[in-house]
Design a protein around this ligand. Structure first.
Ligand code: BDR
Ligand code: CA
Length: 310
């Protein structure tokens, strides 16, 4: 089984990514670390515990950073709702507690326990991993691969005209990750996630009732927002695509490019710059996903999130 650690700021699509990682039969989910992002650290942790309880899955959930490295948090309630799950599971008190410890330490511990075997999937701002790299500079060499949802090579932003949300919230952390020398670092950015759309027809086709109910209620507002902006009743499965790619690399085509991020610009903070023509003559550091097999992804997603009892 592929050993996976998931780092989340549970938000609606993070929750769908958790369903995928926890349900995939060829994946061993070593644990989930939480970070501030779409919602506060506390809320992201509560949401994570509640999503795991919904599918009766148990794994360590470890809390991480309460704020980005240098900046204040930037919650996204207009997209993800007051509780981060579009109101789903709103009044549920988690039935389990988070595990003790601090996410960056847990990351280092898992990497040292299984050298060369662990994949990290990052679906929130990159603060926890940046703290882990600062504390343990040889961490990149201990991991099999890292996949993050964030950034964009060709397309426009989704929080500012230029920038994608996860990169915008903690660009200093992202920069640490881009420069840390990971042997395999993949960006699942808006170039591909904008194509990975979940529609109401997909949701209606789900058979497992608790999962269907959760997906329907959590995405209702998210789909409306997307429709207002884009004229299509659907929502982008940003985070689930990152999880899916970590498990099924055949789902996206990537190009290895030198990539950096803007950290001090009035209009472009958080913008990822992928050097498509090798103008900077730097060593390529990120596999940038540029194409996705949408049908194969959607079918893998819909099938897998329904196997919820192991
Ligand atoms: C990313 O930002 C968040 O709103 C989503 O959960 C996803 O991780 C998309 O830009
Ligand atoms: Ca997220």
């Amino acid at each position: 089984k592929q050993k996976l650690l998931l780092d989340v700021d549970t938000g609606i699509d993070d929750a769908l990514g958790i369903l995928l990682a926890a349900n995939d039969k060829d994946t061993e989910l070593l644990g989930i670390t939480t970070v501030n992002g779409n919602v506060s650290l506390q809320q992201a942790t509560t949401n994570t515990l509640n999503v795991l309880a919904l599918i009766e899955h148990s794994c360590p959930v470890v809390k991480g950073a309460e704020t980005p490295l240098l900046r204040p948090p930037h919650f996204e309630k207009s997209v993800h709702g007051e509780n981060g799950l579009g109101g789903a599971l709103k009044d549920v008190e988690p039935s389990t507690l988070p595990s003790p410890g601090f996410a960056p330490d847990f990351m280092i511990e898992q990497a040292r326990r299984y050298p060369g075997e662990v994949t990290f999937v990052m679906t929130g701002p990159l603060t926890n991993l940046a703290l882990a790299v600062k504390k343990c500079p040889d961490l990149p060499q201990l991991l099999q691969k890292v996949v993050y949802m964030g950034g964009a090579a060709f397309t426009y932003g989704n929080i500012t005209p230029a920038s994608e949300y996860n990169m915008y919230v903690d660009p200093e952390a992202a920069r640490i990750i881009l420069q840390a020398g990971f042997p395999s670092l993949t960006q699942i950015g808006l170039d591909v996630t904008r194509q990975a759309l979940l529609t109401n027809a997909h949701i209606d086709s789900l058979q497992t009732s608790n999962v269907k109910h959760f997906v329907k209620t959590s995405t209702a507002h998210y789909i409306k927002r997307y429709e207002q902006r884009n004229g299509v009743a659907a929502c982008a499965l940003h985070d689930p695509l990152a999880v899916a790619y970590a498990i099924r690399p055949d789902l996206c085509e990537t190009q290895l490019l030198y990539t950096d991020i803007e950290t001090s610009s009035r209009l472009c903070d958080g913008q990822t710059i992928c050097d498509l023509q090798d103008r900077l003559q730097e060593k390529p550091n990120v596999h940038i996903a540029l194409k996705v097999d949408v049908d194969a992804f959607i079918s893998y997603f819909l099938t897998t999130i329904q196997h919820h009892l192991h």
